[in-house]
Design a protein around this ligand. Structure first.
Ligand SMILES: [Zn+2]
Length: 481
């Protein structure tokens, strides 16, 4: 047994070495082998947390699987894009992680010695750890010891209506993938309500104090959705959140913390890690969760801009206007102005939905429709969809006569191409109040209303906020837990 012998990646091609391994397999003593649910059974999965410097290729090699298999199992569109701390499902490997003990190899130890120590078969260990050469252990190497395999360890949880797997993971403070792999070897069923779940772990683990519960919806989120995050804590805290490499800002109401996160229409489908840190009395507690984003299923459309207006597409004009809007886009007012659901800003049919991929005058589809268009004639009244404060009311080159309303908590709405603006900056408006008239100003191909909806500085699908159970309702629901 060598202490510091490095693992090499060409062992499979080392023929004499393989013969030695085969001989050892025959010669080594074979204690009682637990046959039930042997390791490496097909369909079983385990979890790997990405460490600094790792690539999908190195991880695949380590577990004896392929980059494609891991990418597919985790919904990773681009195998080059993994991040430190990301939890990956390793398909075709041993699960669930929770029933393992880690053993750190000391000088002089052998695999069969370690196996005897834990009362398991050495071959089980070799397979569970994907050891190419069971005689080649390195001091300091972590050997995973499957314990309690086949035993149901953990709490049972009956899934409530509306509850998702991530809700349950949060509630018990277990990693999402542990919960997933403890219950299914493949995709979980779409309908979970009423099912019993095994929550892995010898005892139900609570959230780290002062967290009590974290609710996240919708799961999975789609491109253009608004993610609602609700955090319940034991006591008042300062909350710091991060998701999609952006800061998540929380507002507090009646001792409960709320945050809205916009999912950009071009966010790559896949898993994203959300980090939440609560600070209270000088102590910090952090929880993380995997947030899955799915494609929005948006369509494509070609827009033809009349030659007289093509100059408005000058990148400098567009950039200048974006800078102007960025000043109000980033607003976060701790006060919530809205009450009840948002209403539509006009009484008209929708002519173009949010998220549609767009080509201008036959160019590439590298932009998308940032809002919702309503088919309505010039002069029609435009109403505030909810209470708020006017933060922008001025003519813009591309968007024409524009109004932006701040509804609080990082939620803002914009109205473009108006023929008339009927509010002023700083004005408090009520839901249903007239703020302007439909028009055809700016980069517009005919009279219509374009409605923008911003959450945390990101354009989202405003129609979600009009729905009866939309994100607006979060602070108006009965408080849990
Ligand atoms: Zn539009």
């Amino acid at each position: 047994m060598t202490d510091e012998m490095p693992m090499t990646n060409n062992q499979f091609t080392n023929i004499p070495f393989l013969i030695v391994v085969l001989l050892l397999v025959v010669v080594l003593p074979a204690p009682v082998l637990a046959q039930s649910g042997g390791p490496g059974e097909p369909g079983r999965v385990q979890e790997h947390v990405v460490a600094a410097g790792e690539t999908l290729f190195s991880i695949a090699r380590r577990y004896g699987t392929t980059v494609d298999a891991i990418a597919h199992a985790n919904g990773i569109p681009d195998p080059r894009q993994i991040f430190v701390g990301q939890r990956l499902v390793i398909p075709g490997s041993l699960g669930p992680v929770d029933t393992w003990t880690a053993h750190i190899v000391r000088p002089g130890e052998t695999l069969s010695g370690i196996a005897r120590q834990y009362g398991v078969d050495w071959r089980t260990l070799a397979l569970a750890n994907h050891l190419v050469n069971p005689t080649l252990l390195t001091v300091g190497q972590v050997v995973r010891i499957p314990t309690g395999r086949g035993m149901a360890t953990g709490a049972l949880h009956a899934v409530q209506p509306g509850e998702t797997l991530l809700h349950v993971a949060f509630r018990y403070g277990v990693p999402f993938w542990e919960l997933l792999t403890a219950n299914w070897t493949d995709r979980p069923p779409v309908a979970l309500s009423g099912q019993w779940l095994l929550v892995p772990g010898t005892r139900p683990r609570g959230m780290p104090s002062p967290f009590l519960q974290i609710d996240l919806s919708p799961i999975p989120a789609r491109q253009g959705d608004t993610i609602t995050v609700i955090v319940y804590t034991e006591k008042p805290v300062e909350l710091q959140g991060r998701l999609f490499e952006r800061t998540v800002l929380f507002a507090e109401e009646n001792g409960v913390y709320y945050a809205y996160v916009g999912v950009h229409a071009f966010t790559e489908p896949g898993l994203y890690e959300m980090t939440l840190t609560a600070i209270a009395d000088g102590e910090r507690a952090t929880v993380t969760a995997a947030v899955r984003v799915e494609a929005g299923g948006y369509g494509y459309e070609r827009i033809d801009v009349p030659p007289s207006r093509v100059n408005l597409l000058d990148p400098r004009v567009i950039a200048a206007e974006r800078d102007r809007l960025a000043q109000v886009r980033a607003l976060f007012t701790p006060q919530r102005y809205w009450h009840g659901p948002f209403r539509l800003p006009v009484d008209a049919a929708i002519s173009s939905y949010f998220g549609t991929r767009r080509s201008y005058n036959g160019g590439p589809y590298n932009s998308y429709h940032e809002g919702v268009d309503f088919d309505i004639g010039a002069g029609a009244k435009v109403y505030a969809p909810a209470d708020g404060v006017v933060v922008l009311a001025e003519p813009l080159a591309v968007r024409g006569n524009a109004v932006v309303i701040d509804h609080g908590w990082g939620v803002l709405t914009g109205y473009w191409h108006l023929s008339q603006i009927e509010v002023t900056v700083g004005q408090r408006v009520r839901a249903g109040e007239v703020i302007g008239r439909v028009g055809n100003t700016g980069l517009s191909t005919g009279a219509h209303l374009h409605w923008d909806f911003w959450v945390g500085g990101i354009n989202v699908n405003g129609l979600r906020w009009v729905a009866a159970d939309g994100p607006w309702a979060a602070p108006e629901r009965p408080a849990a837990p």
